[in-house]
Design a protein around this ligand. Structure first.
Ligand code: SF4
Ligand code: SF4
Length: 303
């Protein structure tokens, strides 16, 4: 149960988050009680993505997604959540990207079609133009998900758009913004939201190769409850068997992520607990080559 005061606060924040600026009376009054300076504004743009990371972010449980976009951040635009559309939505994005609307962080989900900018547009402008312009005005950028951090599936070998990651895009443009990279296909909600909480409460988290060390410093393999089976050479022969999944193509030895200790779906399960090999969704090589394996042993495995 939430009381009336909490409801008003939440409604006020949500209306702002969803781009409703002409909200009369009671909600506007409640909005004045929130200190917008204390939380970062987020402009969340999607490039070549499937929106899976956004869906995952909305599954956050502790804190939940509403708290995350109202108390710990101020989500000022997200295409899937915005109540505005058309020119009003485009003007809202432009106000931020131009710097007129004040400080903000840019969150980018999806890759960028370097070789075919018209393959991904917002309104009638290439997505790449927004990302380029934002580099001049944003406080920093957060690359959300493996498409944004490494290119992911849109950048798979043979793709026609020359899709690239946000880091690669800025490298080619010779721009060096503050960039936090959070891989995963999809991304774990904690990895993104807890990075933002860290930004709000402590400051920039320690990064290793651009990724928050607190989530990506150890391999899935090192933390895996089946590591003992691996050492004893007790291997599963088919999906559903007990034992280490290495011979079924598990990429835990190649993948840096804390899934074995964090778990997914609010702590209910995670890939290997569900008897599925780690498919390396948070790794740089995820889906990069045509012969990238999902359920066959990866010949480059080095343990
Ligand atoms: S190979 Fe996979 S299943 Fe086996 S111990 Fe490593 S991470 Fe766990
Ligand atoms: S265990 Fe591997 S495939 Fe599963 S979510 Fe974690 S990094 Fe991705």
């Amino acid at each position: 149960m939430i009381d009336r005061r909490e409801f008003l606060k939440m409604a006020a924040c949500l209306s702002a988050s969803f781009g409703i600026t002409q909200f009369p009376g009671i909600v506007q009054a409640a909005l004045k009680k929130i200190d917008p300076a204390s939380v970062p504004r987020l402009i969340y743009l999607q490039g070549q993505s499937c929106t899976g990371c956004s869906i995952s972010l909305l599954q956050a449980q502790s804190p939940n997604a509403v708290s995350m976009i109202t108390q710990y951040s101020k989500l000022s635009f997200h295409a899937d959540l915005s109540a505005t559309s058309g020119k009003q939505a485009l003007d809202l994005i432009d106000d931020y990207i131009s710097g007129r609307a004040g400080e903000y962080f840019l969150a980018v989900e999806g890759s960028i079609p370097w070789g075919m900018p018209e393959a991904c547009v917002i309104g009638d402008k290439p997505f790449a133009d927004y990302v380029t312009a934002a580099a001049q005005t944003m406080s920093g950028a957060i690359a959300v998900g493996t498409c944004a951090t490494h290119g992911g599936i849109p950048a798979a070998e043979g793709n026609l758009t020359d899709a690239i990651s946000l880091k690669e895009f800025y490298l080619r443009k010779k721009i060096k913004p503050l960039l936090i990279e959070i891989p995963g296909c999809s991304v774990h909600p904690d990895w993104v939201w807890k990075t933002i909480i860290h930004l709000v409460q402590v400051g920039l988290p320690e990064l290793v190769d651009g990724q928050p060390k607190m989530f990506f410093s150890r391999r899935v393999h090192e933390l895996c409850p089946r590591y003992h089976d691996y050492q004893q050479e007790i291997f599963a022969r088919k999906l559903g068997d007990k034992g280490c999944l290495f011979k079924l193509g598990c990429l835990g030895p190649e993948t840096y992520a804390d899934c074995p200790t964090r778990w997914w779906n609010g702590g209910q399960t995670w890939c290997i607990d569900a008897n599925a090999p780690c498919i390396g969704c948070a790794s740089p090589f995820f889906a990069a080559k045509k012969d990238f394996p999902f359920y066959t042993p990866f010949k480059q495995n080095k343990v």
